[in-house]
Design a protein around this ligand. Structure first.
Ligand SMILES: Cc1ncc(C[n+]2csc(CCOP(=O)(O)OP(=O)(O)O)c2C)c(N)n1
Length: 380
């Protein structure tokens, strides 16, 4: 039986774990040859196993992951998607309008945040935690919730769905799949930038600018360095920091708006970069902290290593693009970024620091309170 109790930070719902290797071997036996998705900390074990085997292609967002897997399936290669239910909304479109009508069977392993008790998780997961099963019911997509010892049965059911031309979701309660061995800590150059350094430096330069900080460790770091009413700490809604910032900037043309983004989050909805430049938001500064990984979910690699940020920012139409990878020019580059006519893209290349993690802003104040405080600071 699944044991449920109230959870503390980082605790798991289940105490019996399916080892990551068993998860991967079972999917191989089921026939899966290729895997994609967007990482969740609760699937980091299988994610790193598939990565080690060269079978994993990280996708920019969950919808793209499902469409990529559909392409593999159309080519006769059974495929799986690994994701978190916060990305369920991203994949509903290809699920409803591609996989179901074209009868393409993909196996999806989706972790359940905000479930079974929304109170036991962060507030941004409550609505999706409560709705994940009923949304699948409404769409007519077969699924099961993984129980201890129940993965073989889940795959049997997935096999039946596959024969009927249907995708299948296995919903994974938090903590029910084992983690990977910790990655070796890589040496970083003495003058390398890090998340704490760049966030502290940025906050030191801010006056009354509004600041929107992206989902995950960057929001936590900003809150840790300097809690200010003019900072909107995004908790969920990954990939949409620049869009929120653009809304604020176009509604307040006389006030600078700074967006603090991650490489994974910016790449998730990169098209917003074109909206930012088409809107000509001269008061918007988009700072992207590129650590090459999804640090907040376990440092799984993003695709940023293949990105030429200067070419990308220019191509997207940002009015100025600045980059920085060392400590000495950091403050100068940030000052230039904050003063230049925008929209400005400022990309800071940092080394990951997974050992430095701070509490969420919501550890000290409610989401309502933080939002209301920001509304006042934004002048509404
Ligand atoms: C739509 C969606 N998919 C996945 C997640 C899980 N998630 C939370 S933070 C995060 C990593 C963000 O990576 P990045 O933007 O590069 O910032 P970093 O964590 O490296 O600071 C992920 C994948 C999420 N919250 N929302």
């Amino acid at each position: 039986m699944l044991r449920i109790r109230r959870l503390g930070e980082g605790e798991a719902v289940t105490e019996e774990k399916l080892p990551a290797r068993t998860f991967v071997t079972a999917l191989h036996e089921y026939g899966v040859r290729r895997v994609t998705g967007v990482p969740c900390g609760h699937l980091k074990g299988p994610w790193s196993e598939f990565d080690r085997l060269g079978e994993l292609t990280p996708a920019a967002n969950e919808g793209a992951a499902l469409a990529l897997a559909a392409g593999w399936e159309l080519a006769g290669t059974p495929a799986a998607v690994l994701c978190q239910n916060s990305g369920f909304g991203n994949l509903v479109n290809p699920l409803a309008s591609l996989l179901l009508p074209c009868r393409i069977p993909v196996f999806v392993a989706m972790t359940l945040r905000g479930w079974p008790d929304p109170e036991s998780d962060e507030p941004q997961h409550a609505a999706m935690g409560a709705a994940s099963e009923s949304l699948l019911d409404e769409l007519g997509v077969p699924y099961t919730v993984l129980r201890p010892g129940g993965f073989a049965e889940a795959l049997e059911r997935a096999g039946r769905a596959r024969k009927a031309g249907l995708p299948f979701f296995t919903l994974i309660p938090r903590g029910s799949v084992g983690a990977a061995d910790p990655a070796p800590v890589t040496e970083r150059a003495g003058d390398a930038l890090t998340r704490p350094i760049v966030v502290a430096a940025l906050l030191a330069e801010l006056g009354d600018e509004l600041l929107v900080t992206t989902t995950g460790y960057l929001s936590r770091q900003a809150n840790h360095e300097l809690d200010r009413p003019g900072t909107f700490y995004m908790q969920g809604s990954m990939g949409h920091a620049a869009a929120i910032g653009l809304g604020l900037a176009t509604a307040n043309p006389d006030r600078r708006v700074v967006v603090l983004d991650g490489d994974g989050a910016f790449l998730m909805h990169l098209g917003t970069g074109t909206t930012v430049s088409a809107a000509g938001a001269r008061n918007l500064v988009h700072v992207v902290v590129d650590n090459g990984c999804y640090e907040s979910t376990g440092c799984q690699a993003t695709t940023s290593s293949t990105v030429d940020w200067t070419a990308l920012g220019t191509g997207l139409g940002y009015a100025a693009v600045l980059t920085c990878r060392r400590r000495e020019p950091l403050t100068g580059q940030l000052r230039r970024a904050l003063r230049a006519p925008g929209p400005v893209l400022c990309v800071l290349d940092v080394a990951p620091t997974p050992d430095e993690v701070h509490p969420r802003a919501t550890a000290s104040a409610g989401l309502d309170e933080l939002t209301e405080r920001f509304r006042k600071a934004a002048g509404s």
